[in-house]
Design a protein around this ligand. Structure first.
Ligand code: SF4
Length: 378
């Protein structure tokens, strides 16, 4: 017998093809899919209305392979962080953020990240490997069913209403694993989340933004963090490959597939680096003023969560408010992200997991000075 197949690696089409290979019809695959994702079944014996013949075929050939949980931490505000073991000395983090009207799960797509953004503790850890579809989905599968149990939700009520691919990793650099995972999130037989409640966050991998638009146009967030190429080159090194003009044009193309949507631009506020009123004006010029590249968008300002290796500081509250006012006065919808789960290091940019760096990105980043780039430099 060959390798044991992890059924979490498949979207519904993939699972149907697998079941067909076992001589089973598609509706059987749908039943199986619902048992796994809607009911959180861990083994075939518990799938009581699934034909016994299929359960017997699956036993020994396939499994529902979750990830070992290393730790579970619950913050005083209810934010929950799990550390999952993905083997080889690597661990990834997943965070649940409860709010009055929603429950958001922040999911990781890679062990580490090769992009190396200056303000991101994942970036400082370097990169080990991509997660599989099954490893991405295992985070949601586990969290949903764990939370239902912990919160004692009535049958049929979901704990997780939104997913953001904003944990460790650049999801668009793990595209082939990402797409089936997104399809399971959207599938009515899976998690049944609407397209607008699943967000992919990217640092700006332009060709993959175009592919995502064609394959699965979910909500898109772009890590912007700087209004000029000179500064963004320093903060988000991927900018050297895909500079702002190309990025803005890709954002605009993206919205052609989802015309009633908008792009969320993430902007991490770094004291003395990107947080002056002049930076805010330059940001307005970028998103509003570059002629044909005007992009329907919202701005999300993120107070930086300092960590020692970054050498960077969080902007003061006054500076953040002043920055936000410039944008709001110009009619740009601007929010300031509330810091959640601070006491368990679960806030944005603090997810570090454990990464066996294969790229030495982390090493190189330790030696970088604080980027001070005059605004006149484009
Ligand atoms: S912000 Fe995102 S893309 Fe940048 S290093 Fe961190 S995880 Fe990677």
């Amino acid at each position: 017998m060959g390798d044991v197949v992890n059924l979490l690696d498949h979207d519904l089409d993939g699972l149907s093809a697998y079941c067909e290979g076992l001589g089973e019809k598609r509706f059987r695959a749908t039943q199986l899919f619902r048992w796994i994702h809607q009911k959180g079944a861990k083994d075939f014996a518990s799938m009581t209305d699934l034909a016994k013949s299929l359960r017997e075929k699956l036993a020994g050939r396939a499994e529902i392979r979750g990830l070992p949980v290393l730790t579970e931490q619950v913050s005083s505000d209810g934010t929950t962080k799990w550390l999952f073991d993905v083997g080889g000395g690597n661990a990834v983090e997943t965070v649940f953020i409860p709010e009055d009207d929603r429950g958001t799960l922040c999911v990781s797509s890679q062990a580490g990240c090769a992009v190396g953004c200056r303000f991101c503790s994942t970036g400082h850890q370097g990169f080990s490997r991509n997660l599989s579809t099954g490893e991405i989905l295992a985070q949601l599968w586990f969290a949903e069913h764990r939370l239902r149990e912990r919160l004692q939700l009535p049958a049929g009520e979901r704990a997780i209403t939104n997913v953001v691919m904003m944990g460790m990793g650049e999801p668009l650099q793990n595209y082939s694993a990402l797409i089936p995972a997104l399809r399971v999130m959207l599938d009515d037989h899976g998690y049944g989340l609407s397209r607008r409640r699943v967000t992919v966050s990217t640092s700006g991998v332009v060709p993959m933004m175009d592919r995502l638009r064609e394959d699965c146009p979910v909500a898109l967030a772009v890590s912007l963090h700087a209004p000029t190429d000179a500064l963004r080159d320093e903060l988000v090194p991927l900018n050297r490959k895909y500079p702002l003009d190309e990025l803005m044009a890709a954002c605009k193309r993206y919205l052609q597939a989802a015309p009633r949507d908008f792009i969320t631009f993430e902007y991490c506020m770094l004291e003395g680096v990107n947080d002056t009123e002049e930076h805010a004006q330059a940001l307005l010029t970028l998103v509003h003023g570059r002629g044909e590249h005007r992009v329907p968008c919202k701005l999300n300002l993120i107070p930086f969560n300092p960590f020692p290796a970054s050498g960077l500081q969080r902007s003061s509250r006054e500076r953040v408010l002043r920055f936000a006012k410039v944008l709001q006065d110009a009619g740009l919808v601007t929010t300031i992200r509330k810091t959640r789960g601070d006491d368990i290091d679960a806030a944005c940019g603090q997810l570090a997991g454990e990464v066996q760096d294969r790229t030495r990105v982390g090493e190189r980043m330790k030696r970088l000075p604080v980027p001070i780039v005059p605004l006149g430099v484009k």
